[in-house]
Design a protein around this ligand. Structure first.
Ligand SMILES: *[C@@H]1O[C@H](CO)[C@@H](O)[C@H](O)[C@H]1NC(C)=O
Ligand SMILES: *[C@@H]1O[C@H](CO)[C@@H](O)[C@H](O)[C@H]1NC(C)=O
Ligand SMILES: *[C@@H]1O[C@H](CO)[C@@H](O)[C@H](O)[C@H]1NC(C)=O
Length: 129
């Protein structure tokens, strides 16, 4: 059964790829994310404290399908730590950047760690919780 064999190979290959791609924590750079109608299907504003992760982190999240609105990551939050400070923020979107160690938070959340003039904050630890 050639078809069956190929189906099995593809199945195990996709499992292997999923386990390589799925990244739920890291150390990287925090930037100021401007929310709007995001991948999770929520319409958020810059007055709200919401987070964005890289496309590979979003699409590789366990349970993700082709419908981003139904991605289980949308029911999770991003814990961001910088030095002694931390913040836990709902994940609402992804950004089109393959740097999995970057994370975004809207301005109210960013101001918890620095000033708008800082632009970015390096060396933050993040995890999907
Ligand atoms: C983001 O927008 C949705 C509505 O689309 C709303 O239910 C949710 O509370 C907003 N998130 C925050 C943190 O305000
Ligand atoms: C990065 O952050 C970690 C944890 O807060 C800290 O131990 C380390 O010294 C920091 N590294 C730099 C280069 O700031
Ligand atoms: C977040 O910060 C608060 C206040 O400093 C601290 O009590 C708490 O343990 C921290 N949580 C994490 C997960 O680092």
């Amino acid at each position: 059964m050639l078809f069956d064999y190929h189906a099995r190979v593809l199945f195990f290959l996709s499992l292997a790829l999923a386990s390589v791609v799925a990244q739920t924590h890291g150390v990287g750079t925090l930037f100021i994310f401007t929310p709007g109608l995001g991948a999770c299907g929520f319409a958020n504003t810059s007055a709200q404290t919401v987070a964005s992760v890289s496309k590979p982190v979003f699409t590789g999240y366990p349970g993700a399908t082709s419908n981003p609105n139904k991605n289980p990551i949308c029911t999770h939050r991003l814990l961001i730590k910088s030095g002694l400070k931390n913040l836990t923020v709902p994940i609402v979107d992804f950004f089109v950047d393959t740097d999995v160690n970057k994370v975004g938070v809207s301005l109210p959340g960013f101001l918890h760690f620095g000033t708008e003039d800082d632009g970015v904050i390096p060396n933050v630890t993040w995890s999907v919780v």
